[in-house]
Design a protein around this ligand. Structure first.
Ligand code: PGA
Length: 249
């Protein structure tokens, strides 16, 4: 039985002091021993956030990371910096990073390999555009993203990975995918992992749905056999996140 994982993606929101304030508000609301809870916060807020969640069930994640160890990469953050700061998860290949910051399947793969090397769990994002969905190529597209993201990743590593299926047309639009659409793609991702590795890896890996998840839509989405939780943007900045995390109560 896979343990659910519900992660907030704060994106470019909240100053460091606002981050601490929000964590203090959400801390009692997101207590749920049945699920893993992660707050992925802007890099500048990681250190105060790690401090603020001490003694709670919340782990802190980063929203991005570079794939080199150190050196002349102005503005980037290295994996060992995240580890040293107390980060346990890192979002990799979010569609906003692919769209605005030229991330490709190849850079995603490099970052995924680096994250594993440093013992950080990657939350690997994939998802199709509305045009791709309308063209009927969603599953082919996602399979391609997954195959490249997992190049040279071992089965043992893959078992611990988190994949976030986020249809681009559902992100920040209030237009959540239907449970059938979400389950169909999450199942296809699990089948793809089974083809690349084996049954045991496919059974172990956790697959989230993301895209306008709300307190209303979470219970049905998270009840699907291949959906192991969610990556939540907008709603993760509000007390509603407590309801999403406690979807099973
Ligand atoms: P949203 O964002 O919940 O605001 O749609 C999800 C995400 O981009 O991870």
């Amino acid at each position: 039985m896979r343990r659910k994982i519900i992660a907030g993606n704060w994106k470019m929101n909240k100053t460091p002091s606002e981050a601490v304030e929000l964590i203090n508000t959400l801390k009692p609301l997101v207590a749920n021993e049945d699920v893993d809870v992660v707050f992925c916060v802007p890099a500048i807020s990681i250190i105060p956030a790690v401090e603020a969640v001490k003694g709670s069930n919340i782990e802190i994640g980063a929203e991005n990371m570079y794939f080199e160890e150190s050196g002349a990469y102005t503005g980037e953050i290295a994996p060992n910096m995240l580890v040293d700061a107390g980060v346990k998860y890192v979002i990799i290949g979010h569609s906003e990073r692919r769209e605005y910051f030229a991330e490709t399947d190849e850079t995603v793969n490099k970052k995924v390999l680096k994250a594993f090397e440093h013992g950080i769990t990657p939350i690997i994002c994939c998802g199709e555009s509305l045009t791709q969905r309308e063209q009927g190529i969603t599953i082919d597209w996602i399979r391609q993203q997954i195959k490249i993201a997992f190049l040279n990743v071992t089965a043992e590593q893959a078992k611990t990975a988190v994949i976030a299926y986020e249809p681009i047309w559902a992100i920040g639009t209030g237009k959540v995918a239907t449970t059938e659409q979400a389950e169909e793609v999450c199942k296809a991702i699990r089948d793809c992992i089974c083809e690349i590795y084996d049954e045991a890896t496919a059974e172990a890996i956790r697959i989230q749905y993301g895209g306008s998840v709300s307190a209303d839509s979470a219970p049905e989405l998270f009840a699907q056999p291949d959906i192991d939780g969610g990556l939540v943007g907008g709603a993760s900045l509000k007390p509603d996140f407590g309801k999403i995390v406690n979807y099973n109560k």
